[in-house]
Every structure is written in C-alpha cells, then in structure tokens.
Design a binder for this molecule. Structure first.
Ligand SMILES: [Zn+2]
Length: 255
C-alpha cells in the first residue's frame, strides 16, 4: 500500500509531528442498495475519493476515514441496508467533531454522500459550534443538488441528473471507481414528486428496483466533468476561506 499524506489513516505520529495539518475533511456515506449497477458503499466511496482529490490540492488538509454507515431508514426495504438511527449518527458526528477540537483542528469540512445524513450533520455541527465557537465547520450536504449551480443547463438528460443511483451518481461512479460499476444492469425510475415541498418518502414508494432517476444515461465523460466541477468548486471555497482566516464576517463588521 502506498502512503498518501492526505489520509490520516496512513500517517504515523512521527509524520504528524513533522507535518501537522490544520484542517480536516470528514466524508460521510451509507451502506444501502443502489440498484444492480452500483455498490452498496457508493456514497462513502464517492465522498472519500472526492475528499482525497480536494485535499491533494490544498496543503495542510487531511482526510478522515469515511463513516461507512448513515441514516438509511428510508431505504430499509431494500437489501443490504445497515442503518444508524438519527440519534446514533448525530452522536457519532458530534464525537468526531469533539475529538478534532481536542486535537486543535478547528477547521472542518464535512463532505456528505447520502441524503439521509443531512439532519444529523446539522444537529451535530450546530451543537459542536455552540459548544466551541472557535470551531469553523462547513458542509457540502448534497453534492447532487449543488451540480445544478456548477454545470450548464441541459448537461443532464433526465431529471437534472438526480436520483439515487441515477444519471449523476452512476456517472461519477464511472469516473471514480469504474471497476465496481455495472452500467449494463442500470435501471431506475423517475418518481412524480411535487415541486417546492419535501416529501418524506420511504424509498419503496418511489421505486421497485432500488434506484431512481435514469442511470442508463450515465457516462464516464459526464462523471469526469462532475468530478472536476465539484473538486474545483470546493477547492475554491476552502482556498477563499483560508485567505480570510475562515472569518466570514463582513469587513464593515470588524471595526
Ligand atoms: Zn447514493
């Protein structure tokens, strides 16, 4: 195994003394069905590989091991789902943030790969922030929605590329871990969800095959562009935060 200096799992105490880092990226995932065409661990593998690409371009940034389980209760009717309850997941994220603070890491970027984790991220981050106001925590909660702001209109063919195991998610899989993808088995359905509001669905109400969206439209080329757009944007965000010392007040407020 090749040592990667972005991956805290690979480093020794001597490595860390020599080159301490000041920021950490926490990737979050899930273990749940993504249809017949993507692996159960898609969300954590995607979040981890994106985090490594980002950290590679920003000195002094380490990537924590990804949390391979998430809050997947809505997906439990599809095999193989291993889910954390919301309270457990919030406590795990909160404990990780507390440990980072104790280590003197006060700048944390949470890179989420799974929709069910968003509420836990919010709860854990808000309580960590309230307990330690010096901590700076930012999160990319839903990369699949952020893509709408990063890619030109019409980039995706169906449903803005959305979907669990859909056009966007299989495309990025084909770019990041093609050897684990089975595009020949791709199948999904586009549900009739109403605009403006958030429907609290069980996934089995939306699909019979463990996937939504249209993964048959996924390509590696689209995935490469999605990856590039996300990594460039997040490197830009973190670099800009570094430049202002993660102080996001208006300059007028400082006087
Ligand atoms: Zn997923």
């Amino acid at each position: 195994m090749q040592k990667n200096h972005c991956e805290i799992q690979h480093l020794t105490a001597a490595d860390y003394r020599k080159e301490p880092f000041e920021k950490a990226i926490l990737p979050l995932g899930s273990l749940e069905s993504h249809g017949d065409h993507l692996p159960f661990g898609t969300d954590s593998i995607t979040a981890y590989l994106l985090a490594l690409e980002i950290a590679r371009r920003i000195p002094g940034t380490a990537v924590l091991p990804p949390l391979p389980y998430g809050m997947s209760e809505a997906y439990k009717e599809f095999s193989f789902t291993v889910s954390l309850s919301p309270g457990t997941e919030t406590a795990i994220i909160r404990d990780i943030l507390e440990s980072l603070y104790r280590e003197g890491i006060t700048r944390v970027f949470i890179l989420n790969g799974h929709d069910g984790n968003i509420a836990s991220i919010e709860m854990a981050s808000r309580t960590a922030k309230a307990a330690h106001p010096a901590m700076k925590i930012v999160s990319l909660d839903a990369w699949w929605n952020t893509l709408g702001q990063l890619l030109p209109p019409g980039f995706f063919e169906v449903w803005n590329g959305l979907g669990h195991g859909g056009e966007g998610e299989l495309s990025i899989g084909l770019a990041l871990f093609p050897e684990l993808c089975e595009p020949g088995l791709a199948r999904g359905v586009v549900p009739r969800l109403p605009p403006y509001v958030d429907v609290k669905w069980m996934f089995s109400e939306l699909t019979d095959c463990g996937a939504t969206g249209d993964p048959t439209k996924a390509t590696k080329e689209k995935g490469d562009r999605i990856k590039e757009a996300l990594v460039d944007a997040m490197v830009g965000v973190i670099t800009a935060l570094d430049e202002c010392g993660w102080d996001y007040r208006s300059p007028q407020a400082k006087g």
